[in-house]
Write a protein that binds this ligand. Structure first.
Ligand SMILES: [Fe+2]
Ligand SMILES: [Fe+2]
Length: 193
């Protein structure tokens, strides 16, 4: 009699801070439409495209923050106060963080349980995404804390450097999560939604 191994997120092939791709076990359970064919699928313009656009906005937001903070770090001391005020990265960052939190909440509560209900084979893949969200939440909280230390009127180079580091960490985990999540859920959205 075959027995399914319990899913262990802490393994290097699963954890978002350690994996470099989805594991062969997870990949084997997916619906399997290759990414190259997604945009020509007859159902692409429904939820699949909508979802990919949200992900691209999140990627764009985290890229914008990393580049913006890097520009501030490169700024001459005499221009730094003005540059901080013009860039408004505290506000942009707050928007990116709340957009990501809202998106994950909708996935966790409204969509992931339904995906497992329709396709029980993807249970481990969805558990992986759920666990990713917890790591991402920590990265988002960390980014929020770093952003809250930024002053609007007087630039503090250390606070800018902390915000830059926080946004770089967020950019890395978001990039891994979004790509892998697309591999898991877009074929389901194409087939079913
Ligand atoms: Fe997600
Ligand atoms: Fe997502």
């Amino acid at each position: 009699m075959s027995q399914t191994k319990p899913f262990d997120y802490s393994l290097p092939e699963n954890h978002i801070l350690k994996r470099e791709n989805l594991s062969p076990e997870i990949k084997a359970a997916l619906l399997g439409d290759p990414r190259e064919g997604w945009s020509s699928h007859s159902n692409f313009d429904g939820y699949a495209n909508f979802w990919l656009r949200i992900h691209n906005n999140l990627r764009g937001g985290s890229d914008y923050l990393v580049k913006g903070f890097q520009r501030l770090l490169d700024e001459a001391e005499s221009n730094l106060d003005d540059a901080v005020n013009t860039a408004r990265l505290k506000e942009v960052g707050a928007n990116v963080v709340s957009f990501a939190q809202h998106h994950h909440e909708i996935e966790d509560h409204n969509y992931f349980p339904r995906f497992v209900q329709f396709y029980p084979n993807v249970e481990h893949a969805i558990s992986l995404l759920d666990s990713d969200h917890r790591v991402l939440d920590e990265a988002l909280d960390e980014t929020e804390r770093a952003l809250s230390c930024l002053q609007n009127q007087t630039a503090d180079r250390d606070a800018i450097a902390r915000a830059h580091n926080g946004c770089q960490a967020l950019q890395a985990v978001l990039a891994r999560h979004l790509w892998d999540e697309e591999e898991i859920i877009v074929p389901i959205l194409l087939a079913r939604f």
